[in-house]
Design a protein around this ligand. Structure first.
Ligand code: CMC
Length: 439
């Protein structure tokens, strides 16, 4: 007999059976769609603590066990053995590519690694000190205006081309944000270079100076992008899905993803971590910051700590912590003080009852900012790097959603707590009787 969950309305005695669905891994899910149909009620779940918004076969994560897998492959294996472009392929198509498929994919990305010259003019509309994420929101959205010939979301070939365009153009848009902030001329991708080498060179090359690829930097960034490539139904991915569910232009959906990612509680945290570590200045000041984080009347939170889903440890944090140590050892002495503060902060927080009780562990962003800073990437660009990595997940989820036979507009409901019906009062009758002025 198939499993169900019974919901009984105590007031009317009406009873419904909701089917229980099982996925490949993870908790079973109650199909709640009958609640409104049968009982005329909605389910309330602020922050989506208990709500699965869709079926997905892209990423599995178990917050209690600290597991993250893409298409079944553990993140630890992907971070160790794969490269970002291969992970993009995996997220988009569900399998690891054969060498022919990989070569073809790389060629297709290379072919599309350019943006329309007119799009480059958008950058000049922003002040040199505009936050790069505000530029990303604009320029990713602006991509919507170029590819009319292949925007039929019901055509699998159009969808595929759109996905490849997103992967190919994001590094250019991201690198140009940096170039604009520095007042340097934009650079164009080099056909003989790989994805990561191209991205770093587009950012850091200067026309009048020699540029040398630093393999260590490429390797560190590669790992970082793999770790950020997807993370199930997080806030920005859910935003992309919701915008896409309205059949919005997919490039505009990526822009919507950037908007959400920019938030301090999401992708903006890596930037906030480095600012916090700089504010702490010295390990001896840590207790003061810990006390602030615990004080409920102080809005300060320990940035890079805590996660909605990981209540044991963030597997990405374990990988990035190791990578951070390796990189800083190899680069020798580059901003070591920041790492020292981070390590001491982690140590103190993990022994503090407040953090232990609430299962607050370092998340992926706790160490990623230190790596990016060591690579010479300015703090304001950190979330842009996150967006570059996550764009693979965003577009993979968009592809999955649009091809889903259950595809329909996302339209949550609410518990209305506003005013009862009342009658319109003309403006001249709203002020009440005029009060007499005191003499
Ligand atoms: N510092 C101090 N207290 C915290 C922190 C923190 N970083 N995070 C959570 N808490 C407390 C919170 O005040 C609450 O305490 P109480 O039960 O006494 O009211 C309790 O822990 C549970 O917190 P919550 O806000 O209900 O947890 P949430 O799941 O809604 O929020 C979070 C998750 C990531 C937004 C939050 O932990 C946070 O703001 N962390 C700092 C920002 C950060 O590092 N974000 C990056 C997330 S990982 C990258 C990504 O995926 O985007």
């Amino acid at each position: 007999m198939s499993r169900t969950v019974t919901i009984i309305d105590n007031a009317t005695g009406k009873k419904i059976e909701c089917p229980v669905l099982s996925g490949t891994n993870g908790p079973d899910v109650v199909d709640a769609s009958a609640i409104y149909r049968e009982l005329g009620m909605f389910a309330l779940d602020p922050g989506f603590l208990s709500t699965a918004s869709c079926r997905s076969s892209i990423t599995f994560l178990d917050g209690e066990a600290g597991i993250l897998r893409h298409r079944g492959y553990p993140i630890e294996q992907l971070a160790e053995h794969s490269n970002y472009l291969e992970v993009c392929y995996l997220l988009l198509y569900g399998t690891l590519p054969t060498s022919n498929q990989m070569t073809d994919f790389q060629n297709q990305i290379r072919e599309r690694s350019v943006v329309h010259e007119h799009l480059l003019r958008f950058y000049s509309g922003y002040l040199y000190d505009a936050h790069p994420m505000s530029i990303m929101v604009g320029v990713t959205g602006a991509l919507s205006s170029y590819y009319h010939e292949a925007l039929d979301i019901n055509d699998p070939d159009d969808r595929d081309l759109t996905a490849r365009r997103v992967i190919a153009k994001m590094p250019i848009l991201a690198a140009n944000c940096y170039k604009h902030s520095m007042g340097h001329p934009f650079a164009y991708a080099w056909p003989e270079l790989g994805y990561m080498e191209n991205f770093l060179k587009m950012m850091f090359t200067r026309p009048h100076l020699p540029y040398e690829t630093i393999p260590l930097a490429c390797k560190a960034l590669e790992k970082l992008l793999i770790l950020h490539a997807d993370h199930e139904q997080n806030a920005s991915t859910s935003t992309v899905r919701l915008a896409g569910s309205a059949e919005a232009n997919p490039f505009a959906c990526i822009s919507a993803g950037c908007v959400t990612l920019w938030g301090r509680a999401h992708g903006g945290a890596n930037e906030a971590v480095v600012r916090m570590l700089n504010d702490i200045q010295h390990p001896r000041h840590i207790p003061k910051f810990i006390e602030r984080a615990k004080n409920k009347s102080d809005p300060f939170r320990l940035m890079g700590f805590g996660h909605r889903v990981y209540k044991n440890y963030d597997p990405r944090a374990a990988i990035i912590r190791k990578a951070c140590h390796e990189l800083l050892n190899e680069l020798q002495g580059i901003n070591q003080p920041l790492l020292d503060i981070a390590m001491r902060l982690e140590e103190i927080a993990l022994q503090d009852e407040y953090f232990v009780e609430r299962k607050l562990y370092p998340n992926v962003d706790f160490y990623s900012g230190i790596i990016l800073q060591a690579l010479g990437i300015p703090t304001s660009m950190f979330t842009v790097i996150f967006a570059l990595g996550r764009s693979a997940g965003w577009i993979a989820h968009w592809l999955e959603m649009v091809a889903d036979p259950d595809f329909r507009i996302g339209r949550p409901r609410q518990l209305y707590i506003g005013s009862e019906k009342r009658s319109y009062v003309p403006i001249e009758q709203r002020d009440g009787p005029a009060r007499k002025k005191r003499s």
